[in-house]
Design a protein around this ligand. Sequence first.
Ligand code: PLP
Length: 362
Amino acid sequence: MKYGRTYNFSAGPAMMPEPVLEEIAAEVMNYRGSGMSVMEMSHRSKVFQQIADEAEADLRTLMGIPDNYKVLFVQGGGTLQFAMVPMNLMKNGVACYVETGAWSKKAIAEAKKYGEVKIVASSKDGNFSYIPDCSDLDIPAEADYVYICENETINGTTFFQTPDTKGKPLVSDQSSMFLSRPCDVTKYGLIWAGVQKNVGPAGMAVVIIREDLLRDDLPTTVPTYLSYKTHADAGSMYNTPNCWDIYCCGKVFKYLLANSGLEAVDKRNREKAAILYDFLDESALFSGTVRKEDRSLMNVPFVTPSKEQDADVVAATKAAGFDNLKGHRSVGGLRASIYNAMPQEGVEALVTFLKEYEKAHC
Ligand SMILES: *Cc1c(COP(=O)(O)O)cnc(C)c1O
């Protein structure tokens, strides 16, 4: 790897594409003759407005976002969305949630502060190692929306099919799979993603919301800043936005467009993940923890037969120059996060290393 960079398998913040980092580095002292970096620039300047406009336009092209959806850049990272979603969308005060792991549990806990939460499907009984059947959910007539975490970063599961919401708006946390594959936006009422997994620096979320879900009649106790309509009406510049983050994300959108779009990204991600999953399926020492048909292409949790050996492997990978393979503290084991920007060579190198480890220890 160039610049002494490491293969960083972190679940987030995660790797960004090297050509994007090079461009950012080249522009950091003087952005295109403006005499300043984007960090120092007024968000009301023409030059920044163009950066923001292009970021939105490129994301729209990349995902094929229809005109009746707004694209918002909101500060507060992913976690604030756990509150903003129920604050803005609970009109009747009832929402349905699918419980598939750590991040949907957080969303559920937060939504309970604002209204009634009905868990319509769960994989708790299987330690969140699979995606429950969502083809015939029991959704009450008064439900305001149906919520999923489309890729559970910690548990390593992903929805390859969206639930049948029986006509209710589907709300999806796409944080750890955003832009990893094509997405039919028309199936959703709202998509949100914390950007530090698959796009840019931490601290911001992209929100894609169908216009009819923007409300004028929110309770007066909802802070102005936490109304989606505030951000929609102000073009995500109600206050000083995270200009730096919008700029970096915009670069990644352009990079993905230049690299043939999301079909091509998906193909690369499938091939990349298969290298690791094929190895885990054959290995006598390592095994994946998720039901095959629900395996995430982004986050790959795996274990050895013992906690002690898990820890030994983590230490060995670290010594060999692979970073952040320790599983999340809530589930243990190991986890390789292989987002868009993880090169295939990184996964190949990891598999080669794990094979050698296995040979030496079995
Ligand atoms: C990381 C993550 C979040 C939280 O993002 P923060 O920006 O750290 O608040 C939420 N949901 C999912 C699926 C995530 O992976």
